[in-house]
Design a protein around this ligand. Structure first.
Ligand code: 13P
Length: 287
């Protein structure tokens, strides 16, 4: 059964570790992440961007697939199904479809409008026992067509949004989606500490988990980050393993063209990446 992310994140914050949000794209992705979470006895959050939701034939299809897998794979660790960077309408659609958690990304609205829309969604989620993530300060890079300039959140605005009763808060601290450029300045721990100071116990979310050096991840967790999002790294691992299989001509040998064989190395690569992140985030055996 899907659960809200609230309890797993409060536990992570108290225990000074982070729960990974891994974005899903299809059946192989979902199966790889769920099996790894179970093997690692770790809580997990499955992230679905609006674009990935469309790709997978809509939120209802995603809910059906994930619920079916949890049952047929015998998954007993806590799993939250979470809309990533949702619009106002997208959040409502996911709530309707059976997601257990949503993110409303109102970071591109003026703060008053972000507050108004977040408040409405917080009320709906609270009533239904769902978790909700809000964002302040847009996170740079490009994700599914959503382009952010990359900025450091204003700690006072973080406090304003945090006080609305959200479950978790994503604050821009110089992080960006996708690969980090050579000249990236690194995370702004100054901003993170200032945000933490204002929002107190609120579990903080670090987006753009791909390619952040391990010491920065650990420091971010020590400063209150309880959820870390990873997407691109699984995509890179899947693509590299699939490329290797094809370049070695394995799809031309025997029944190597069978999708169950062709996609297997990529599937294993996602599993290895997820496990590595769970180890780094400290969520192993925290189910
Ligand atoms: P990366 O693709 O950089 O790992 O970011 C993922 C993310 O933040 C999803 O919201």
């Amino acid at each position: 059964m899907l659960v809200s992310a609230k309890e797993m994140l409060n536990k992570a914050r108290d225990g000074k570790y982070a729960v990974g949000q891994f974005n899903i794209n299809n059946l192989e992705w979902t199966k790889a992440i769920l099996l790894t979470a179970q093997e690692c006895n770790s809580p997990v959050i499955l992230g679905v961007s609006e674009g990935a939701g469309k790709y997978m034939c809509g939120y209802k299809t995603v809910v059906g697939m994930v619920n079916g897998m949890i049952e047929s794979l015998g998954i007993t660790v806590p799993v939250a199904l979470h809309l990533d960077h949702g619009s106002y309408d997208g959040a409502k659609a996911c709530i309707e479809a059976g997601f257990s958690s949503v993110m409303f990304d109102g970071s591109h609205y003026p703060i008053e409008e972000n507050v108004a829309k977040t408040t409405e969604l917080v009320n709906i989620c609270n009533e239904l026992g769902l978790s909700i993530e809000a964002e302040v300060g847009s996170i740079g890079g490009e994700e599914d067509g959503v382009v952010g300039a990359g900025e450091c959140a204003d700690p006072d605005e973080c406090k304003m949004i945090s006080d609305l009763g959200v479950t978790m808060l994503a604050a821009g601290i110089g992080n960006i989606h996708g690969k980090y450029p050579e000249n990236w300045a690194g995370l702004s721990f100054e901003t993170l500490a200032a945000v933490k100071d204002k929002v107190g116990d609120m579990p903080l979310v670090l987006h753009g988990g791909t390619g952040i050096p391990e010491d920065m991840i650990k420091k971010a967790i020590s400063l209150g980050v309880a959820k870390i999002n990873v997407n691109t790294e699984c995509q890179l691992a899947f693509a590299a393993a699939t490329r290797e299989y094809v370049e070695a001509g394995k799809d031309l040998q025997g029944k190597g063209f069978d999708p169950r064989k062709l996609l297997a190395p990529g599937f294993e690569a996602i599993k290895a990446t997820v496990k590595e992140k769970m180890e780094l985030f400290g969520s192993i055996d925290k189910a």
